[in-house]
Design a protein around this ligand. Sequence first.
Ligand code: NAD
Length: 369
Amino acid sequence: MTKYKIAVVPGDGIGPEVVASGVEVLKAVAGICDFELEFTELLAGGCSIDKNGVPLTDETLEACKNSDAVLLGAVGGPKWDNIPNNLRPEKALLNLRKGLNLYSNLRPALLYEPLADACPVKNVKSMDILIVRELTGGMYFGDRGRFQSEDKLVEGTVKGLSAYDTECYSTAEIRRIVKEGFRYAMGRNKKLTVVDKANVLESSRLWREVVNEEASNYPEVAVDFLYIDNATMQLISRPQSFDVIVTSNMFGDILSDEAGEITGSIGMLPSASLGVPGTPGMYEPVHGSAPDIAGKGIANPLATILSCAMLLKWSLNEVHASDLIENAVLKVLELGYRSKDIAGKDDDKIVGTNEMTRLVLDELNKVGK
Ligand code: NAD
């Protein structure tokens, strides 16, 4: 029987609650689909600061590197808000991404039909977009600094203290993420939208050149280019018309949050961060540690459960198991069950974290029988 090693990093706040749900669902689907999972639980974030004095130990990173995939909850919380920047819980995330070379961030934004009422945009009944965001380059990692400028503005004021950040992309960095975009488009509706600011930025013009070179390798994929300002509008006015979006680190950061909001709740959004094939990917809900609801048993576990479905598909190639989880989640929503964050209608059946998890397990077990 095939056996996979999963590094489990629950983190802080609601992280442990939703990760426990994800692990239960993974165990159930492994039983149904006949593969074995070995879980290793690890500390990262605030809980690691409390125990080890640092948000991420070398041992935790090493254990993640030696796994087939990493399942993460969320890190951070008010308890650790006033400690030095380099020791903050969020540093664990950045160091995991860097340490595992996770350059590709996949954020599916899917509006489930039963949740159409939760969509804040009028008349949008469906949406199924995959945003492919470059994760280790661009302005978030470029040269930055501050300096004193003696230059003057037109009205004569000295500019004074100034700051800069640099958007820099190499052809190789662009090509590897663009290829991912094409590959995912091939597996979906064969439509790739490249979001940039090529009317202003030289780095965007290089992105376009690389995309045009790569396009000849994927003749079946229809490619279009949108400026980021236009893309944010189009995402609201015609979200149904997008399939795969590929874009830079910063534009992807902004667009994926916008797309997520259209789907109704952050509690529904899974994500995957991937490196080169054969290295472990990291899977986590898009939401944070939600300290305001931690310990109350009301967190929506579906973003984490759907992240587990992504883990099975993208890191373990257990596509059937992944589909079973996604179908089970859809079925539970069709039956009218809602955690508080996605409830809206009078006849919604409101359930907590454990009950929602049990409902998903029940649907899985029906298939397993
Ligand atoms: P958050 O995502 O934790 O919460 C935002 C709002 O959404 C809150 O009202 C919360 O109750 C609600 N919410 C989030 N997830 C939910 C779920 N599964 N079910 C129901 N409701 C849910 O964002 P925040 O409040 O800005 O941040 C809280 C902490 O989380 C901070 O310390 C922040 O740094 C950290 N954070 C961590 C990550 C991560 O680990 N990837 C991401 C974002 C924020």
